[in-house]
Ligand binder design. Structure first.
Ligand code: HEC
Length: 468
């Protein structure tokens, strides 16, 4: 806030001692209150003499804290309502500590004892509340409950914690809202559009609340960018007063905006797998980038290769191989053979003629034998290899040791054992290895993970692997 320019820095320097000093009245007054009540018991009667002194020191430190807190408030940047509450409760605590002190030293009658005990009780509650609100001011109101266990969240009326989404390994398994739009909006917008702070009457915490919108109507209208207030606000010129997020906060990138636009134009669904949504090449790239699925981007191989022999490509296609370029401008190839075309395996050696071009290969559920891997092991430009659900064993894996460009290897549902991990440890570029549902043991995976921290070993049952 501007205030810091007008108020001398020294004021703020002194004010920043507030969070330190404020612990004094809390501790001192609490011990005073405790001693006051304990002293009624015979055993602790001796404490009685110290109560007044403790309350006096406590009151002085409380008043000092109020003063320092007031100075600190010039620093600005606090939510005005929250500051107001904390400030006045703090001042009330100061007053009640004085009242507790004076009713005690004033005159010892039964009445003054009752009055004194009431003051002490209120002081006790006031201390707790003020401290809590002060904590919220500095750390945010979610700070205390953020890691609360589920039963406690229930008791204090918080919604159950949202389940963490599993990491996305393949584009198809990403959910357009849950994995893309929602995290994006949460990240940039939720600090002002949540249950506690609902700026503009708008909640952006769920799909439903986005559709519902705020004071000016729905924030999202499916297939209508013009009527989607949210989209309008994020695409205004950055210095427009209605631009979101407001000045000072990092706006959405162009790519983010394209993704939101795509989502709205495609029905603004609350959920839906990308596998079920038609994506053109540009959109595929946008989603892949957003989801961090572009491992291979830095691979020098992707600089490109000469075009593969078109006769070979045609011949392989006629045998059932699906062969696609990675992109329009690229000669690199993505090759796969579906289980329906299992006869194509007889021509597997022909793949060697496209050795320089094939970077992705998928030969899953084809009854592939260890022997077949001799051929695959020579396709040393491979970056992604998917061999899931084939009866391959460790001896087949030993043929893969030359695939030094390999980044992702899917071996789920094969017969491999622990030895395969040793064999694969020579593949320095390997980043993802799927070994779920094999004979590899959990202990081995854990040990291996420690020696290859750069390698993501996917060992658990994960539906998205089955999909690929
Ligand atoms: C720093 C706080 C802050 C952040 C962060 C923020 N907003 Fe806002 N937003 C406001 C305030 C204040 C208003 C009400 C004033 C106004 O309408 O401009 C508002 C209003 C809106 C409205 C209009 C609601 C209505 O119906 O009037 C939309 C839409 C909106 N914000 C979207 C967003 C989006 C999207 C983001 C994330 C990119 C975002 N906001 C981030 C403070 C914020």
């Amino acid at each position: 806030m501007e205030a810091s320019n007008q108020v001398s820095e020294f004021v703020i320097f002194i004010g920043r001692f507030h969070p330190l000093i404020v612990h004094l009245p809390i501790g001192i007054l609490l011990i005073g209150i405790l001693m006051h009540f304990l002293a009624k018991k015979k055993r602790f009667q001796y404490l009685d003499k110290a109560v007044s002194f403790t309350l006096a020191i406590g009151s002085i430190s409380a008043i000092l804290s109020c003063f320092l807190g007031y100075l600190l408030s010039f620093q600005g940047g606090y939510d005005a309502d929250a500051l107001f509450n904390h400030q006045w409760l703090g001042i009330a605590v100061g007053c009640f500590s004085l009242l507790a002190y004076s009713t005690r030293v004033w005159k010892k009658t039964r009445k003054s004892f009752v009055l004194n005990s009431i003051a002490m009780g209120i002081l006790f509650i006031g201390l707790g509340l003020t401290g809590h609100l002060g904590g919220n001011l500095t750390h945010g109101s979610a700070y205390l409950t953020q890691y609360a266990p589920e039963p406690i969240r229930k008791i204090i009326g918080l919604a159950p914690k949202p389940k963490k989404r599993p990491p996305i390994m393949v584009l198809d398994s990403a959910d357009i809202f849950l994995d893309v739009i929602n995290p994006m909006v949460s990240n940039k917008c939720i600090s002002c559009h949540n249950l506690e702070k609902t700026k503009g009457g708008l909640l952006l915490t769920s799909h439903a609340s986005m559709l519902e919108g705020g004071e000016n109507g729905p924030a999202i209208v499916a297939e209508d960018l013009q009527k989607s207030e949210l989209f309008k606000r994020i695409t205004l010129p950055e210095h427009h007063e209605d631009f979101m997020p407001p000045e000072g906060k990092k706006p959405f990138s162009e790519d983010d905006i394209k993704l939101i636009e795509f989502w709205i134009l495609n029905g603004a669904r609350p959920t839906g797998l990308l596998a079920d949504i038609e994506l053109d090449e540009d959109n595929t790239k946008l989603f892949e980038n957003f989801l961090g699925l572009k491992d291979s981007q830095n691979n020098p191989l992707l600089a490109d290769a000469e075009a593969g022999d078109s006769l070979v490509i045609r011949s392989l296609r006629s045998k059932g191989f699906k062969i696609e370029s990675l992109s329009n401008e690229s000669n690199l190839l993505d090759v796969s053979l579906s289980p329906n075309n299992i006869k194509g395996l007889e021509s597997i050696e022909e793949l060697l003629l496209l050795k320089d071009q094939i970077v992705h290969l998928k030969l899953s559920s084809l009854g592939l034998k260890d022997n077949n891997l001799k051929v695959i092991g020579q396709l040393n430009h491979l970056i992604r290899l998917n061999l899931h659900s084939n009866p391959i064993t460790d001896s087949g894996i030993s043929f893969l040791s030359e695939l030094q460009n390999l980044e992702s290897l899917n071996l789920y549902g094969t017969q491999i054992e622990n030895k395969s991990l040793e064999l694969l440890s020579t593949l320095k570029n390997l980043k993802r290895l799927y070994v779920w549902n094999t004979k590899v043991t959990k202990a081995k995976v854990e040990a291996f993970k420690n020696s290859r921290t750069d390698l993501d070993i996917i060992f658990g049952l994960a539906l998205f692997i089955v999909k690929e």
